[in-house]
Ligand binder design. Structure first.
Ligand code: PLP
Length: 396
C-alpha cells in the first residue's frame, strides 16, 4: 500500500533495536532513549490486574471500554481538567496511540492537512501518512520555547486543514503551554471552524516547578465540539505495557472512532482496563512522587548537559526529556575518525564511542538536536552525562 510504503518506522524503536543488538554483542550501553518511566506500576494497580484475572474478568468488554472505567475517565477529566464530560463521549483504546490513530483514520480524506508543530513526537507524521493525510510541519523555534505561536498557526492553516495536533507537556521538548498561550491559539482556531484539535495530554502530570497543567478544551470551552482530548495511564502511572489510553471529544467523532476500533482491535485488554480503573480511582500519591523524582533528575541532567562543550539545553518544564542543541558539535571529528555532519551522526557516535543512546532531533522534525530521556536512576544518569562529557571533550 502506498501510504504504508511512504511511512517510516518509529525512530525511537530503531534506536532501541540498535541498543539491543549492541548489548547482545557484549557492549555496555546506557540508554537515554526510552520514552517510558523506569518506575514500577504502583503495587495496588498491579494487584487490581491480578484480582481481575482471579475474578474471571477475562472476557471481551464493550468496544468503547468498561462502563465503570469510562465513568472513571469522565470523573478524571472533571477532577483534573475541569471538563464536564458525559461518559458516553469517552473511548478506551490500546494506548493513547490508538486514540490518535482512530481519530485520524476516522476523519482524514486523502490530501487533508494536519498541522504538527515542531519538534513533534515521531509518530504523529507517520500516523498522518498512514491515514492518507499530509503533515504540515509548523516550525517552532527555541526562542518561542519550542511552542506554537498564533502567527505560525495562522500561517499554517489552509482550507484543507483538518487537524492541529497540540502536545503539552511536549515530547521531545518538555515545553508546557500556559493558559494564556492556549487562549491565544484558541482565538485563531475560533475563526477556522474546519479545524479539529487533538490535544495530546499524555504527560499531563509531569509538570515541574509548581506549575499547573491546562488543556485546550478547558481554556476555551467554545472549542469543545472540535477538540479531542487524549490521555492515558502509560506515563502517569508507569503503565506503558498495559496499553490503556483514552479520549473524550464530540459525540460524532467518538462514535466514528469506536466503529473503527470495533472492526480492528475491539475493546482494550480487559485485565488492563481493571488496572487502569484502579489507577484512576485509587490514591494519586504515585503521581506526586514520580513528579518529584523526574524534576530532581531534570535538574541534574540539564545542568550536566549545559556543562558539556558543544551541547546546550533549555530547562524543560515537563515530561521526562531534555532536548539539547548539538550545533556546537557539528563539523567536529570523533577519536575514531568520524566527521559529525548532522545530529544523526552525533547520536550514532555517542552510541558507538561513548556507549550512550539518545535520539536525534531531526527525527522529531528539528535538528541539530538530541533528545535525552532521563528515565533512569541517578547513578546511570550521572554516568551517562560523564561519558557524553568525555566524548564531546575528545572531539577535534
Ligand atoms: N503521545 C506522546 C507525545 C507520547 O510520547 C506517547 C508515548 O511515547 C504517546 C502519545 C502514546 O502513549 P501510549 O500509547 O503508551 O498511551
Amino acid at each position: 500500500n502506498n501510504f504504508l510504503a511512504a511511512a517510516l518506522p518509529s525512530a525511537t524503536y530503531k534506536v532501541i533495536d540498535r541498543v539491543t543488538a549492541l548489548r547482545s554483542a557484549g557492549a555496555q550501553i546506557i540508554s537515554l532513549s526510552a520514552g517510558e518511566p523506569d518506575l514500577d506500576t504502583p503495587e495496588f494497580v498491579r494487584e487490581a490486574g491480578i484480582a481481575a484475572i482471579r475474578s474471571g474478568h477475562t472476557r471481551y468488554t464493550q468496544v468503547a471500554g468498561l462502563r465503570s472505567l469510562r465513568e472513571a475517565i469522565a470523573a478524571k477529566f472533571l477532577r483534573d481538567n475541569g471538563l464536564d464530560v458525559d461518559w458516553h463521549n469517552t473511548l478506551v483504546s490500546n494506548g493513547g496511540k490508538q486514540i490518535i490513530f482512530n481519530a485520524l483514520a476516522a476523519t482524514l480524506n486523502e490530501g487533508d492537512e494536519v498541522i504538527v508543530p515542531t519538534p513533534y513526537w515521531v509518530s504523529y507524521p507517520e500516523i498522518v501518512q498512514l491515514c492518507g493525510g499530509k503533515t504540515v510541519a509548523a516550525q517552532c523555534s527555541a526562542e518561542s520555547g519550542f511552542k506554537l505561536t498564533p502567527k505560525v498557526l495562522e500561517a499554517a492553516i489552509t482550507s484543507r486543514t483538518r487537524w492541529l495536533i497540540l502536545n503539552s507537556p511536549s515530547n521531545p521538548s518538555g515545553a508546557v503551554y500556559s493558559p494564556a498561550e492556549l487562549k491565544a491559539l484558541a482565538n485563531v482556531l475560533l475563526v477556522h471552524p474546519q479545524v479539529l484539535v487533538l490535544s495530546d495530554d499524555i504527560y499531563e502530570h509531569l509538570v515541574f516547578d509548581g506549575q499547573t497543567f491546562f488543556t485546550l478544551a478547558q481554556v476555551e470551552p467554545r472549542l469543545n465540539e472540535r477538540v479531542l482530548t487524549m490521555n492515558g495511564v502509560s506515563k502517569a502511572y508507569a503503565m506503558t505495557g498495559w496499553r490503556i489510553g483514552f479520549g473524550t471529544g464530540p459525540k460524532w467523532l467518538i462514535e466514528g472512532m469506536e466503529k473503527l476500533q470495533g472492526q480492528q482491535t475491539s475493546g482494550a485488554c480487559t485485565i488492563s482496563q481493571y488496572a487502569a480503573l484502579a489507577a484512576l480511582t485509587g490514591p494519586q500519591d504515585f503521581i506526586v512522587q514520580s513528579r518529584a523524582v523526574f524534576q530532581r533528575r531534570r535538574d541534574m541532567v540539564v545542568s550536566a548537559i549545559n556543562r558539556i562543550p558543544g551541547l546546550h539545553c533549555k530547562v524543560p518544564q515537563g515530561a521526562f526529556y531534555a532536548f539539547a542543541s548539538c550545533e556546537g558539535l557539528i563539523g567536529k571529528t570523533t577519536p575514531a575518525g568520524t566527521v559529525l555532519y548532522n545530529d544523526e551522526d552525533v547520536v550514532n557516535a555517542l552510541l558507538d564511542e561513548a556507549g550512550v543512546a539518545t535520539v536525534h532531533g531531526s527525527a522529531f522534525g528539528m535538528g541539530p538536536y538530541i533528545r535525552i530521556a532521563y528515565t533512569l536512576d541517578d547513578d546511570s544518569l550521572a554516568q551517562a552525562c560523564q561519558a557524553m562529557h568525555i566524548f564531546c571533550h575528545s572531539l577535534s
